[in-house]
Design a binder for this molecule. Structure first.
Ligand SMILES: C[S@@+](CC[C@H](N)C(=O)[O-])C[C@H]1O[C@@H](n2cnc3c(N)ncnc32)[C@H](O)[C@@H]1O
Length: 236
């Protein structure tokens, strides 16, 4: 399978073949940055349940516990990531499935997808499915790849980019921990899909490196003018 292919971008076994996320669970600087974004968005409210789509090794679980969620469910297809997640958070249920195959009669107050939609084949069906899994007024928080950031060569990472007819980009980049291929979608595609399903758009904003992130990882200074990712908050 070519590295720069749609099939590779949606193949979760990519994460079985690289050293993504430390086995001890220590979040990288960018993960800490995302955790702080979620804390700001979800803190100060009393939510009961959260579905973490593509929960990885469980980076967000400690935050969800601290915020008082009583029910935390992860969905994660990579066996490596599930194994680490279980070893770090034996109390949290993680369903081994891709989100496309995930089935549940349960409804959640909050769903999150942090740097995961970039591995999902189709946006409308994802948003529609999350809508059906949320309680009335439930929130869907997405942090996902930014086109300018992902397509800019940086830090000596080797990168391959291919623009698709639908305006999305296939991007394959070789990072310290290994090569990852993603589908990078323009912001408008998310907004259009959310509106189609009658989600209310509560927030959409680019996420720029914070002072805390730059203090922890000074190499972010050189791309400070680029959004590291895009934040979306949709409400049912
Ligand atoms: C960049 S990691 C992010 C993990 C986690 N959300 C975090 O921020 O720490 C992307 C995750 O998406 C998962 N993933 C890939 N394809 C998926 C799919 N079809 N359904 C659900 N998760 C998927 C990968 O296995 C990986 O754990």
């Amino acid at each position: 399978m070519s590295d720069l292919s749609f099939e590779k971008a949606i193949d979760p076994s990519q994460y079985d073949k690289i050293e993504w996320g430390s086995k001890e669970g220590k979040p990288s600087p960018i993960r800490n940055f995302f955790i702080e974004i979620l804390r700001k968005e979800l803190g100060g409210h009393q939510y009961n349940s959260v579905l973490d789509i593509g929960s990885g090794i469980g980076h967000m679980f400690d935050l969800y516990k601290k915020l008082g969620f009583k029910r935390i469910v992860g969905v994660e297809p990579s066996q490596r990531n599930i194994d680490i997640s279980k070893s770090l958070h034996s109390d949290i249920q993680v369903v081994k499935a891709s989100f496309q195959d995930f089935k549940s009669d349960e409804k959640f107050n909050v769903a999150t997808a942090i740097m995961v939609v970039l591995h999902l084949p189709e946006l409308n069906s994802v948003i529609q499915k999350v809508y059906s899994l949320l309680e009335e007024s439930g929130l869907f928080l997405i942090i996902d790849a930014d086109v300018d950031y992902e397509t800019k060569p940086k830090w000596g990472w080797s990168i391959e980019i291919e623009k698709q007819q639908d305006g999305n980009y296939l991007v394959s980049s070789e990072r310290k921990y290994g090569k990852i291929t993603s589908i990078v979608r323009p912001v408008e595609h998310f907004i259009k899909a959310a509106k189609k399903d009658s989600f209310k758009i509560v927030k959409q904003e680019p996420l720029f490196a914070s002072d805390e992130l730059i203090k922890e990882a000074p190499y972010y200074t050189e791309i400070r003018n680029l959004p590291l990712a895009q934040l979306f908050v949709f409400q049912k």
